[in-house]
Design a binder for this molecule. Structure first.
Ligand code: HEC
Length: 161
């Protein structure tokens, strides 16, 4: 248990460091089954927040909801922040453990390639924020579409169905 706590504390410290300085996340291995289960839950929680922020945007792009600039800007900023967290939360390699996950092993075989997909989400989220700041309503649907495309592009390569 002591070892487990140390691992948690040191990974929190590492995350704070990489988050604060925007240094590429460094891959570490999960220390044991319990740690692997926990980090799997955390990364899935990040994606649940991603989904909750994308949901209304998808509805607006489809025309099911009216464009709401305040929601679009808030959610674009949150998606940008979640993209910043994503690489850190995915940087713990759980391949050696039996975890209930949709994450493919390829993530950790070439982590910098995975980080490019994270960067694509961040860029797309910034694109929506810029469109809202410019008040360019004709660009909203396309900007949301680019965010959706970044989800799909990563899922195609790195997520099991
Ligand atoms: C850089 C890659 C990447 C991007 C970008 C990405 N995802 Fe995912 N997503 C994953 C991976 C990998 C998993 C599987 C995580 C696991 O099960 O451990 C996942 C899982 C999920 C899940 C399931 C979470 C759970 O509780 O099991 C949802 C929902 C999801 N993503 C939605 C989205 C949406 C919406 C977007 C875009 C706004 C998005 N993702 C962008 C890689 C990505």
């Amino acid at each position: 248990m002591k070892l487990f706590n140390k691992v948690i504390i040191s990974s929190v410290a590492l995350s704070a460091f990489t988050f604060g300085t925007a240094v590429a996340a460094e891959v570490t291995e999960a220390a044991n089954q319990k740690h692997a289960n926990a980090v799997t839950q955390y990364r899935q929680a990040v994606f649940q927040l991603v989904r909750s922020n994308m949901g209304p945007l998808g509805g607006m792009a489809k025309g099911a909801l009216p464009f709401d600039e305040s929601v679009m800007k808030t959610n674009a900023v949150r998606l940008e922040q979640l993209a910043d967290m994503m690489a850190d939360y995915l940087a713990v390699d759980t391949r050696k453990f039996d975890v209930d996950t949709g994450a493919k092993d390829e993530i950790w075989a070439d982590f910098p390639a995975f980080e490019k997909k994270v960067a694509a989400l961040k860029t797309a989220a910034q694109g929506l924020k810029s469109a809202v700041e410019a008040g360019d309503e004709s660009a909203y649907r396309g900007a949301i579409g680019k965010i959706g495309a970044s989800c799909k592009s990563c899922h195609d390569d790195y997520k099991q169905d």
